[in-house]
Design a protein around this ligand. Structure first.
Ligand SMILES: Nc1ncnc2c1ncn2[C@@H]1O[C@H](COP(=O)(O)OP(=O)(O)OP(=O)(O)O)[C@@H](O)[C@H]1O
Ligand SMILES: [Mg+2]
Length: 254
């Protein structure tokens, strides 16, 4: 395995009150690749993902130890500019969280809260570019004032990805981004991820092992708060080194 590290997770422990949810996790996330996190329900995938943009801060009673280094900075330190971090590390959720507003307003919203408003023309160009990047421009360019809730779920999820891209992040976290979508829409989103990985470092949590195998370059298998194994996706799925990983991918539990 040789790659350039984009995110370095070092001896990360996380506690929800007394509950030890992440146990000494060490993971080097490769730059401009898709890394999948897999493992049975409750093993800590979402918790780990949320550490990378400090989303767990929003939960009462959370305590973290260890380091997560991005651009030579440990983002877990109290001095971290969390707003800037979340702009650089975008997040896409399970259910497309579009607002009950026009497509345009959905896109401008992120720019507004991050004070990234530019001149009208610049904003227009940026919106066009991001919609092109997610394959929505040709279909939607004449309906930008339509309510985003009227779009198909796949289009809504693409819109959510476009909204993240608008802020020019370098890292994108996706927590089961296809779990609300049908199989065809799922394949479309996976194709999109393959295109985007040229420019972004992506970490995707998925329950769907076929999805991890198809859409990711690297895979980490988690079990009960630990990262059991990490490696090139093809190797994890064909020749895992740990028995636990093998049991999971062959469907013996989870
Ligand atoms: N806010 C919270 N407070 C207390 N415990 C929590 C909280 N969020 C998660 N947990 C616990 O931490 C563990 C890891 O949860 P997490 O949601 O990260 O798992 P997951 O691998 O994403 O599971 P799933 O596949 O079901 O989404 C679970 O035991 C869960 O019950
Ligand atoms: Mg989860």
């Amino acid at each position: 395995m040789s790659f350039e590290t984009r995110i370095s997770i070092e001896n990360l422990n996380l506690f929800y009150g007394e509950f030890h949810a992440l146990k000494n996790v060490c993971l080097q996330v490769p730059k401009n690749n898709v890394t999948a996190l897999i493992g049975p329900s409750g093993c800590g995938k979402s918790t780990l993902l949320r550490c990378i943009n400090r989303m767990n801060d929003l939960i009462d009673g959370v305590r973290m130890e260890g380091r997560i280094v991005i651009d030579e900075q440990n983002i877990l330190t109290p001095g971290t500019d969390v707003v800037a971090l979340r702009k650089n590390v975008g997040m896409v959720f399970q259910r497309p969280n579009v607002f009950d507003q026009s497509i345009l307003n959905n896109l401008k919203f992120g720019l507004r809260i991050h004070r990234q408003m530019r001149s009208k023309n610049e904003t227009k160009d940026l919106i066009q570019k991001c919609l092109e990047d997610v394959g929505l421009w040709d279909v939607l360019k004449d309906q930008l004032r339509k309510n985003a809730r009227e779009l198909s779920l796949e289009q809504q999820q693409r819109l959510c990805i476009a909204r993240v891209l608008l802020l020019k992040p370098e890292i994108i976290l996706l927590d089961e981004p296809c779990s609300a979508l049908d199989p065809i829409a799922t394949l479309h989103i996976e194709e999109l991820l393959r295109v985007l990985r040229e420019r972004y470092t992506m970490v995707i949590v998925t329950h769907n092992m076929q999805q991890a195998a198809r859409a990711s370059d690297y895979t980490g298998f988690m079990y009960m708060g630990q990262l059991v194994e990490f490696g090139v996706t093809r190797e994890i799925f064909t020749a895992p080194r740990q028995e636990l990983t093998e049991n999971y991918i062959t469907g013996h539990f989870g």
